[in-house]
Design a protein around this ligand. Structure first.
Ligand code: NI
Length: 181
């Protein structure tokens, strides 16, 4: 397995719409392994293939404290949504930025697993929010798109400044305890 580079906002490649996975082979298994390793190392609770510049409809998530309960969703499709709540979100592609986004609190989802088997399941609360966040990535959408243009401008400037500083300094630990997906 190998760590993949996570694209950062406003990289235009994050705006690519991902294509369905049609072949469930060993190379898909390698990609899933790499994405899990990259997500755990970041650390984050979710990662979409788009974020590592692979434009396939694949997301990985792990909300467990032990980091040993990966959820792999391929070609996810929301069948039903219910409720609405605001949750603070972060994103590995928008490091250090957190803000509230309104999303459905329960979703019913159809997806493939890594062997290509289709199943349906219901997800609620943080897991439902995280799935919706990752599925946005597959459409080329980022959580900052829900914020005002003024906020986005401020975020772009902050990230640009930090990227310039990063070359010289060690990465900041700030925000590590918060949820980043
Ligand atoms: Ni994200």
């Amino acid at each position: 397995m190998a760590l993949r580079t996570i694209l950062e906002y406003p990289d235009p490649r994050l705006r690519t719409r991902a294509q369905p996975v049609t072949v469930f082979d060993a190379s898909l298994g390698t990609l899933i392994g790499d994405m899990l390793e990259t997500m755990y190392a970041a650390p984050g609770i979710g990662l979409a293939a788009t974020q590592v510049d692979v434009h396939k409809r694949l997301v990985v998530i792990d909300l467990s404290d032990e980091r040993n309960a990966p959820l792999v969703l391929i070609n996810p499709e929301i069948l039903e949504r219910e409720g609405e709540a605001k949750t603070e979100e972060g994103c590995l592609s928008v490091p250090g930025i957190f803000d509230e986004v309104k999303r459905a609190t329960r979703i019913r989802l159809r997806s493939h697993d890594r062997d290509g088997q289709v199943s349906e399941a219901e997800y609620a609360d943080l897991l439902a929010v995280c799935i919706q966040h990752e599925m946005d990535h597959l459409e080329g959408k980022l959580f900052v798109d829900y914020l005002s243009e003024m906020k986005r401008e401020r975020i772009r400037k902050k990230l640009d400044k930090e990227r310039k500083e990063r070359a010289a300094a060690a990465p900041a630990g700030a925000g590590r305890a918060r949820r980043t997906y």
